[in-house]
Design a protein around this ligand. Structure first.
Ligand SMILES: Nc1ncnc2c1ncn2[C@@H]1O[C@H](COP(=O)(O)OP(=O)(O)O)[C@@H](O)[C@H]1O
Ligand SMILES: [Mg+2]
Length: 245
């Protein structure tokens, strides 16, 4: 479904040059849950932004269902982006809109009629178990509820792939578990492929079927999280400077 080939990206500022991704390669199959783990600053968000078509790499190819998205023109990119849902650590909700309006926003931007988009928003609101909050404003919600609203907004357009950037990192463990359960339900019930990037080993271990370990701009290891043996060998904490979960 997705194949990343020889991806490279550096950021240049007036007095420095930082090579973030360097010869990055990995593949993602449809319908599965993947994680990329690595310490802060490793380039995880950069990878998601490239996959979402928000930034261009300096080098390399990103094939999504056979099409190299790096070569798309603006119109093609916009239609590609309809298949992508994205969720961030800090929710990115609009404070002046209600929960229902926040969730319906992608459909409003797509010029879907008000009654249809509200009907769809209520469906996803029910899916994330927040129906009673439809008229609340984000400031009235807990962190976990805000994240469920952000997830609902990301799935309302029925994306094929959901990109998750540290979505549990600001939450306590109990709340993170609720989000993890919801993401599993989204994958299982809706068949949406999930790619989560995180420095939080516990979330990755609980959610992901496959894990890529990112270090020095490349994937240094690839694990299938099925057996205790593999979980036991998950000893990247020291090497990557990731703190204990
Ligand atoms: N737009 C940018 N301009 C300059 N440097 C950036 C930019 N975006 C990211 N970086 C740098 O690239 C590195 C990787 O960033 P990021 O992808 O956000 O890492 P992660 O998500 O793994 O913490 C960091 O050192 C960060 O400071
Ligand atoms: Mg990041």
């Amino acid at each position: 479904m997705i194949e990343i080939k020889n991806l490279a990206k550096e950021f240049i500022s007036s007095n420095s040059r930082k090579e973030v991704l360097n010869n990055l390669n990995f593949k993602i199959n449809k319908g599965k849950i993947y994680g990329i783990i690595g310490p802060s600053g490793a380039g995880k968000s950069t990878i998601l932004n490239i996959l979402a078509g928000l930034i261009k790499p300096d080098n390399g190819e990103v094939f999504v269902e056979g099409e190299n998205i790096i070569e798309l023109d603006n119109n093609q990119l916009r239609s590609y982006q309809k298949n992508i849902g994205m969720v961030f650590q800090d929710y990115n909700l609009l404070s002046n809109l209600t929960v229902l309006q926040n969730i319906a926003l992608p459909l409003k931007l797509a010029k879907v009629k008000k009654e249809v988009r509200e009907q769809e928003a209520r469906k996803v609101l029910e899916f994330v178990n927040l129906s009673e909050e439809e008229n609340s404003y984000p400031s009235q919600l807990s962190g976990g509820m805000k994240q469920r609203v952000a997830i609902a907004r990301a799935i309302i357009t029925k994306p094929k792939i959901l990109l998750l950037d540290e979505v549990t990192s600001a939450l306590d463990q109990e709340t993170a578990n609720v989000i993890i359960k919801l993401l599993k339900k989204i994958n299982y019930d809706l068949g949406i492929t999930i790619l989560l990037v995180s420095h939080d080993l516990l979330t990755v271990k609980k959610l992901c079927e496959y894990v890529f370990v990112l270090n020095d701009g490349k994937i240094v290891d690839e694990l299938e999280l099925t057996s205790d043996e593999i979980l036991g060998s998950f000893n990247y904490r020291k090497e990557l400077g990731v703190s204990d979960a």
